[in-house]
Design a protein. Structure first.
Length: 76
């Protein structure tokens, strides 16, 4: 599983990355977690609101996301 957090490095982006990292560790998932801050690469996902969460190449959430929402997304 590849998980990307798209964001330019703002506080919300860093918070989402940290929350995703915690949930991945709690669930014991084998996942590659990547923080994507390159604006040109972020634009390839056609998202207008950051941060955004991408799982296996698909945008699954945008904006503020709680740990419970992350857990739900990653266990589907």
């Amino acid at each position: 599983m590849e998980i990307k957090v798209l964001g330019t490095g703002c506080a919300n982006c860093r918070a989402l990355y940290s929350a995703v990292e915690q949930v991945v560790n709690e669930l014991g998932l084998k996942a590659d977690l990547v923080k994507e801050e390159d604006l040109m690469k972020i634009m390839e996902y056609n998202v207008m609101s950051l941060p955004a969460l991408v799982v296996d190449g698909k945008v699954v959430a945008k904006g503020r996301i709680t740990k419970d929402e992350i857990r739900t997304i990653l266990t589907k």
